[in-house]
Ligand binder design. Structure first.
Ligand SMILES: [Zn+2]
Length: 387
C-alpha cells in the first residue's frame, strides 16, 4: 500500500513536471498564430524601400510568454532574429497583467477568473506575481532588462530622448539594433495605488494604457459593463502619468474615457493597437469621430494586424486600413500597432513586414507616406514626448 502511494505521489509530480515543461509552449502556440501562407512576393522596389525604413511598432505582448527573445522560434510572432529580418527597429513591449476568462469584445466582468494568474503559475513566475498585477508588469520589464544586458548588440532599452538619440546613433554602425520601450496594457497594473505609477516609471515604463478588457478603478473599458468615463482615481492617475512624462494609450478604453482624457490633457494620446469603425465595423474599435479628435490633438493611431481590428489579417487588409486611416485623420497620425504575441491570429510574423511595404506601394501610397506610417511618425512622437 505504502509503495502504491509513493508511486502515486511520484506520478503526480511527474505529470506536474510535464505540465510545467509543456503547458506554456502549448498555450503560446495556440494563442499567437500565424496562418499558413505562401511566402509573400516582394518587388525589388518594395525591398529597397523597406530596407531603408525606420520601422516602429506600438504594441507587442511578447514579454508575456516563456520564450527567450534572443532566439528564433517557429511559433509566436516576435523574437529578435525575426524582428531583424523584418527590419523592425522600435518596439513598444506592452505588459499584460490581467485577462478575464471568456475574453470577448462585447462584455467582460471585472471579477471573472483571471487567465494570467494561471499563466504566471504555469510559467513559474515569482510567487509575488500570483497576487500582484504591479509585480506582473515589473517581472515582464525585468525580462527586457535582462535581455538588454545579455544581448546588447541586439537590444537597447529606450527610456528617454537621450537614449533614443543614442540608439539612432548606434544604429548607424549596427543597423539591426532593436530599441525596446516598456508599456502597460491596462492600469489595473497599478494595483489600485497611485504610487505605483512612480514605481513603474522608475522601472522604465514610458507608456500606460488606461484600461484593458474590463472596467477598472480608473474607468470603463470598451469591452466592460459600465461604459463609464474616468473616475476621480482615473483623473488623478492621468495627472500623475502626465507629470512624469508617461505616454497615454487609450486603446481598449470606453469612448467616454477617451473623451474625458482628451479634456484633461494637452499631451497627444496614442491608440496603440486598433482599427477604424468606418473601415471595419467592430466592437473593438471606437468611433471615427473620436479618432479624428485624437488626431486633431496631435495623437497617433496605430493600426493592428488582426481580424478583430481590421476585418481581415492579410498585408493587403492592413494596407487598406492604413489608407482608410490616412483619409480619415491624415498621414501624420497613422502608425503600426501589430498586437503581435497578443493572442491574435495574423497572416505574417515580425520577419515578414516587407509584405506591408509591398501592399502599401500597391495601394499607391507615396514613399513619404509609407515612411511616416511605418515608423517615422512613431519616432517623431518619441523624440518629442519621451522624458
Ligand atoms: Zn490589447
Amino acid at each position: 500500500m505504502k509503495k502504491f502511494f509513493t508511486l502515486l505521489v511520484l506520478a503526480s509530480f511527474l505529470s506536474l513536471g510535464l505540465f510545467f515543461v509543456f503547458a506554456p509552449g502549448i498555450v503560446d502556440k495556440g494563442q499567437n498564430i500565424v496562418v499558413e501562407h505562401q511566402p509573400y512576393a516582394i518587388s525589388p522596389q518594395a525591398a529597397e524601400l523597406h530596407s531603408s525604413l525606420m520601422i516602429g511598432d506600438w504594441h507587442g505582448d511578447s514579454l508575456l510568454w516563456m520564450r527567450n527573445l534572443s532566439e528564433r522560434y517557429d511559433y509566436g510572432h516576435l523574437d529578435f532574429p525575426r524582428m531583424q529580418q523584418g527590419n523592425l527597429g522600435l518596439q513598444m513591449f506592452t505588459t499584460v497583467t490581467k485577462s478575464p476568462s471568456g475574453l470577448n469584445y462585447e462584455l467582460n466582468q471585472a471579477d471573472a477568473r483571471d487567465d494570467i494568474t494561471l499563466l504566471a503559475m504555469a510559467q513559474r513566475w515569482p510567487t509575488a506575481t500570483w497576487t500582484s498585477l504591479t509585480e506582473r508588469a515589473l517581472f515582464q520589464a525585468e525580462k527586457l532588462y535582462k535581455l538588454a544586458a545579455r544581448d546588447p548588440d541586439n537590444l537597447m532599452l529606450i527610456r528617454s530622448r537621450m537614449e533614443l538619440a543614442d540608439f539612432l546613433e548606434r544604429r548607424q554602425s549596427n543597423p539591426t539594433l532593436i530599441g525596446g520601450l516598456l508599456g502597460t496594457e491596462g492600469s489595473h497594473a497599478l494595483d489600485g495605488d497611485l504610487e505605483n505609477i512612480q514605481r513603474l516609471f522608475n522601472n522604465g515604463f514610458r507608456m500606460m494604457s488606461l484600461q484593458h478588457f474590463f472596467d477598472n478603478k480608473l474607468g470603463g473599458s470598451l469591452h466592460g459593463t459600465s461604459g463609464g468615463g474616468l473616475t476621480q482615481f482615473g483623473r488623478d492617475a492621468v495627472a500623475e502619468m502626465l507629470a512624469l512624462g508617461i505616454m497615454l494609450d487609450v486603446s481598449h478604453s470606453s469612448e467616454q474615457v477617451v473623451v474625458d482624457t482628451l479634456a484633461i490633457t494637452d499631451k497627444p494620446l496614442i491608440v496603440s493597437h486598433t482599427g477604424f469603425q468606418g473601415h471595419c465595423e467592430s466592437p473593438r474599435n471606437i468611433s471615427d469621430k473620436l479618432m479624428q479628435q485624437i488626431a486633431a490633438a496631435g495623437g497617433l493611431i496605430a493600426v493592428g494586424f488582426w481580424e478583430g481590428a481590421i476585418c481581415g489579417n492579410s498585408p493587403a487588409t492592413v494596407a487598406e486600413a492604413i489608407v482608410y486611416g490616412i483619409g480619415l485623420v491624415g498621414e501624420d497620425h497613422i502608425a503600426l500597432g501589430s498586437d503581435f504575441d497578443g493572442s491574435v491570429t495574423t497572416s505574417f510574423d515580425g520577419s515578414e513586414l516587407a509584405a506591408i511595404t509591398e501592399a502599401l506601394l500597391q495601394a499607391n501610397l507615396s514613399e513619404q507616406q509609407i515612411r511616416k506610417v511605418m515608423g517615422d511618425n512613431m519616432l517623431l512622437y518619441l523624440q518629442t514626448y519621451l522624458p
